[in-house]
Design a protein around this ligand. Sequence first.
Ligand code: OXD
Ligand code: MN
Length: 589
Amino acid sequence: MATSLDLFIQEMRGLLTPDNVYIMNGSQEEAEELVGIAQESKVDGRIVLKKLNSDEYPNSYYHHSNPNDVARTEQLTFVCTTSKEQAGPNNNWMEPKEAKEKMIEFFKGAMKGRTMYVIPFVMGTPRSEYAKNCVQVTDSVYVALSMRIMSRVGKQAIERIDNSSNFFRGIHSIGDVNPNKRFVMHFPEENLVMSFGSGYGGNALLGKKCYSLRIASYLGYQEGWLAEHMVIMGVQSPEGGIMYFLGAFPSACGKTNLTLLEPVFKDYKIWTLGDDIAWINIGKDGQLYAINPESGFFGVAPGTGLSTNPVMMKTLKNNKFYPTLFTNTAIDNSNNTPWWEGVSNDIPSNLNDWQGREYDKNSGKPAAHPNSRFTVSIYNCPTLSSEYDNPKGVPISGIIFGGRRKDTIPLVYEAKDWSSGVFSASTIGSETTAAASGQLGNVRRDPMAMLPFCGYNMGDYFQHWLNIGKRVKTPPKIFVVNWFRKDENGKFMWPGFKDNSRVIKWMLNRIEGKVGVRECEIGLFPQENSIDLIDLDIKKETMEKLLKIDREDWKKEISMIEEFYAKFGNKIPVDLINHLSDLKKKFGG
Ligand code: OXD
Ligand code: MN
């Protein structure tokens, strides 16, 4: 008898009319074969993959995308729930029937002359009760190979799906990479995503943002768990214990650097579990546990180098898992290696830019696209935690929220309790970056770093966060950080990168009850000298400025929060409204 998976494949064959259908089994041989095909095929007149220098970067291949397809397209991303209110003002909404009809028109016959890759995959370690079964079809061999890196593709997924019809369905075609025919449509009530016209990671690797955040956040809302845009990391102290932290930051705020951090303190160590997505459940003992549903990094290349992220450089040069992909970096022709701003101090003389053109150093433009990426397996990471594949996940002691703010937000503070922490997290703002197309540098509210990824009304989402806190036995401490505060000359005051471990050490000390705090208007602040600044050349006044609360800035901040909350009408939970009025009273706003 045909299984639900067979029926789905048949249905897709009928709709998309590919010349061939290939069902992925996830083996190394298969990956080698697909890389071979990618090296011989062109999309948009560009060879899909080119081999890179294997002495420098083993198992590595290079991909150029169409210049019109280099980032997530939030304006073309929709959440199609029965009612508009379910999707909330945080999402573009389209009526599900209308959205499907539109997409089906695009998909009809879209794979003629192409191969349809069927990708069965599991998000999460397949032994975990928290893992989810998924299937994506795509006509992009680049997407198929990327999915192999980012998720558990193949036999295990087919075995888990077995006869069940309960799996996520993702339908993807790059079409003719035309921005006018590009949409990413989510149907949370049907566990379905339809994506057309883009090969970019966030739009096309449907297991990532589309499923593991937008659809999964909706599932989590229904089922009592959280799908979050968060790193997961273990912090080991000299006493030998490891505490696990989650960290939520908007795109390109250094999440990947944080989870691969080499602390400045020789006797501390950070263990990596995930750099982008965490699924958080309440375990049998009543505590919060997190798993990383992904199995790879889709990281921003520019800014990654030996001084900023030595562990990632080692990961990229490791040959454990096949293959590693580089997309839209520049290429150093002298040795056929990928190059990007920040990987070396000097610019190679024989460089092609991300569009394959000879690079002109005097152009004032970067050679690599600012959102150029590497896609590499997490198993290549030398600091991978031994708990990474633990089906239960890891118990969480602290949650860090941050954004990129040149002013207002101090280097670090602790929320008084879960509910104040949820309030702070719901007000996070950040200056926009290159990971999504649009204007750079404006501050936008990005609660929990989830604004582009929450698959339902954010007002309901805030209430869900508050409810989770009530169900957890000992809720983790919540911290807010801002590594990006600038002085009056526009210079960053905090060195960032590995020095962020100083702030993490302070958090660890707080969790262990080793240091006290001073209470301020917005939360609990480090006492003087309680952040370990050993061997760091930083002035006392700079530390004061980093931790300063500027009352005028906060008055402005409060009115921006009010404006943001107003968009959600009466959906904002009363607890959060009360926190906002308390804050207003404190600042006389
Ligand atoms: C990402 C993003 O790619 O957040 O991780 O945009
Ligand atoms: Mn992300």
